[in-house]
Design a protein around this ligand. Structure first.
Ligand SMILES: Cc1cc2nc3c(=O)[nH]c(=O)nc-3n(C[C@H](O)[C@H](O)[C@H](O)COP(=O)(O)OP(=O)(O)OC[C@H]3O[C@@H](n4cnc5c(N)ncnc54)[C@H](O)[C@@H]3O)c2cc1C
Length: 415
């Protein structure tokens, strides 16, 4: 039996382990954190988003970022002082903010999301326990500009085979009666879904252990034992693990992991926050995105999670009170019932989205290495795309045709 070693125990690593194990591989997951750590896959908004087929690198993104920069409570930030890598990445990102990038990658991202949602449905039926629901997702607009943009995206979504409907003021207020009157419309994306991310991690981990996957915590990968074009073993801080195939799914740290091999993975972190309000004053019918505030609203049994902020180059352990205040302000800007709710009152979770410079995940064989695969760069969509990524990586390892054409996601595109 071929041995696969997966570096990283977030959603991408765990889903890869699942489909590889089910294909008959002997699988080891090396995770530097402890079993109770909360990586990016733990506290995210849990939206499964076929609707997010527009990559992060799209026309207008740079101008919007620059406009938002001076406002310290805005949803966008750029970590200062920037590192040289952050500047190079940003330049590359800016160059990718083209209509041609959006046109080329939207069908791929839509198909991958739909495949992944279908896989979640299957997993929920098989494993249960992570609150999967075909909830749909409501985008809510206050400005005419975002309403017009939303209507355009809804049209493209329909062209891609998705179910998306533009709603007028009465339509959105009918679905969310507690909204402020300033909310003038929305789009309902009926193909979107929702899960509880921490429950997904727990459920998949338990299942993996029951089918013989070796998950090792506190196993930080620090080096590799490699010949000229193949890796023989992975070196952790206190062990050596032999492998036939290596999959790097270390989120935003994939760059660091690959550095010793001389492989450059162009990623920057996109830091975000989330917090939970228990017994919320609003009964949210479905998940939503408050587009003009860039806040995601994820209702779960008896609680609601609010998530937002994108700080390029952000680091963990530096909670910015002004950015958090921006999320709180955004929620109240849409739902006045939260005016008298203390927010955030409990734990504030921080996560680092692994962002590629063109907004497309990085999945596939690394040029020059026979047995090294990258599975990262999922930015704002990693929770959604975890199962599809796991499946296609297992297909690559089996030498089978993949369920999706992966050429857009190939690591080779970075030269
Ligand atoms: C506020 C916020 C909201 C979000 N909302 C959504 C959403 O609604 N829907 C959605 O689809 N996505 C969402 N995302 C994005 C999503 O969370 C990420 O894309 C996804 O979690 C990335 O998964 P990953 O497995 O690549 O990385 P991670 O979850 O970061 O996992 C990588 C793992 O690798 C480990 N690792 C790193 N280096 C090493 C090493 N040297 N050795 C061993 N292990 C190592 C890390 O400890 C970590 O556990 C959101 C993100 C944020 C921040």
């Amino acid at each position: 039996m071929s041995r696969v070693v997966i570096i990283g125990g977030g959603i991408i690593g765990l889903c890869t382990a699942l489909y590889c194990r089910e294909a008959g591989f002997e699988v080891t997951v090396l995770e530097q954190g402890g079993p109770d750590d909360k990586p990016c896959s733990w506290g995210n908004s849990g939206l499964i988003v076929p609707s997010h087929f527009v990559p992060l690198a799209a026309p207008g993104m740079v101008a919007m970022g620059v406009r938002m920069l001076p406002d310290k409570s805005s949803p966008f930030a750029f970590h200062m002082p920037p590192t040289a890598q952050q500047l190079v990445w940003s330049l590359r990102f800016a160059m990718n903010c083209r209509a041609s990038n959006v046109a080329a990658s939207s069908p791929f991202l839509s198909d991958m999301n739909l495949l992944s949602r279908g896989l979640y449905e299957g997993l929920a039926a098989r494993l249960g326990g992570f609150a999967f629901r075909r909830s749909g997702m409501l985008e809510l607009y206050q400005s005419q500009e975002s309403l017009d943009h939303g209507a355009h995206i809804a049209k493209v979504a329909r062209n891609l085979g998705q179910d998306a409907e533009v709603l007028d003021r009465a339509g959105v207020h009918g679905l969310e009666p507690e909204l402020r009157p300033e909310c003038t419309g929305g789009v309902i994306f009926r193909d979107d879904a929702q899960i509880d991310p921490s429950a997904v991690l727990q459920t998949v981990k338990q299942h993996l252990e029951s089918i013989g996957v070796d998950i090792r915590h506190q196993a930080k990968v620090v080096d590799f034992e490699a010949g000229t074009d193949a890796i023989e073993a992975v070196i952790t801080d206190d062990d050596r693990v032999e492998a036939d195939h290596i999959v790097v799914a270390a989120g935003t740290l994939s760059t660091t992991v690959c550095h010793t091999l001389g492989v450059h993975v162009p990623l920057q972190s996109g830091k975000g926050y989330s917090f939970v309000v228990h017994q919320p004053p609003v009964e949210h019918k479905m998940p939503s995105i408050l587009v003009d505030a860039r806040v995601a609203v994820s209702p779960l049994e008896g609680r609601v999670r609010f998530g937002g902020t994108m700080e390029i180059g952000g680091q963990l352990g530096e909670v910015d009170a002004q950015r958090l205040g921006g999320i709180v302000k955004g929620v109240r800007r849409y739902f006045p019932a939260y005016e008298n709710v203390e927010m955030p009152s409990g734990e504030v979770w921080e996560g680092l989205r692994p962002c590629s410079p063109d907004g497309v995940p990085i999945i596939g064989h690394v040029p020059g290495w026979k047995n090294l695969i990258l599975a990262t760069g999922h930015a704002m969509m990693g929770m959604s795309l975890g199962p599809a990524t796991g499946l296609v990586v297992s297909e690559l390892l089996q030498g089978r045709p993949t369920s999706l054409d992966l050429h857009l996601a190939s690591p080779a595109r970075f030269g």
